[in-house]
Ligand binder design. Structure first.
Ligand code: DX5
Ligand code: ZN
Length: 215
């Protein structure tokens, strides 16, 4: 059984409070907040003020996914805006070790995301320092994309490494998650399933979250 982190990117921004309250009343474990800068990814979503607005109504921890270049410039600002944890991209950080230490000093959960083309082996010297590994199962930038099948293999490998060395990081998967792929993702070792469009485009988002959780 995994925790569910619905992505607010797929919510109705005109009714953000309503949608956050729906998540509060659901069995979601986190609220996933997708920040895009139009440079690291070919899309702009929202930034610090929207994170603050979500936090104001949220009763669940904010799992903030930074799809931005040089994310360390904004760690303090996102902490102030209510983040429980920040996930940076391996591909966007030249000094990843320093960035992880910075997140820990701030008392935030320290996550690292990998794009679909980035092998997990590149994290081997830092795995013991991080709290969460986010495996992208689509190319970041947009909600509603198709799940990349190679993700299963990647997660299985990462889970095997975690077991072999006794690491404590959580494994999160993000992109194209639905009830068809969730059971196998959980079987391969995923702890947190991010789901955007599958949750928010369903007739009963709270029931969909519950189904994903039980998958
Ligand atoms: C993609 C984002 C995802 C996205 C997931 O760049 O990181 O969190 O919102 O949306 P779905 O579940 O629709 O693929
Ligand atoms: Zn995300």
């Amino acid at each position: 059984m995994a925790e569910i982190a619905p992505s607010i990117l797929a919510a109705d921004f005109g009714n953000l409070q309503r949608d956050v309250e729906m998540l509060n009343a659901s069995s979601a474990g986190y609220i996933h907040v997708d920040v895009m800068d139009g440079v690291f990814v070919p899309n702009i979503s929202f930034g610090i003020p929207v994170c603050e607005a979500v936090y104001k109504h949220a009763a669940k921890p904010l799992d903030v996914h930074l799809m931005i270049e040089k994310p360390d410039r904004y760690f303090e600002a996102f902490k102030k805006a209510g983040a429980w944890g920040l996930t940076v991209h391996y591909e966007a950080c030249t000094h990843l070790h320093r960035n992880i230490q910075h997140l820990k000093e701030l008392g935030l959960s320290a996550g690292v995301a990998l794009n679909p083309h980035t092998p997990i082996e590149l994290l081997s010297d830092i795995l013991e320092d991080i709290d969460l590994v986010l495996i992208m199962s689509v190319n970041p930038g947009f909600g509603g994309q198709k799940f990349i099948e190679n993700t299963y293999k990647k997660i299985a490998k990462l889970n095997a490494l975690r077991e072999k060395f006794g690491y404590s990081f959580k494994i999160e998967v993000d992109g194209g998650v639905n009830l068809d792929n969730a059971p196998q993702l959980v079987k391969e070792g995923v702890d947190i399933l991010v789901a955007g469009s599958f949750v928010f485009n369903s007739n009963d988002p709270a029931a969909t979250i519950e189904k994903l959780k039980n998958s």
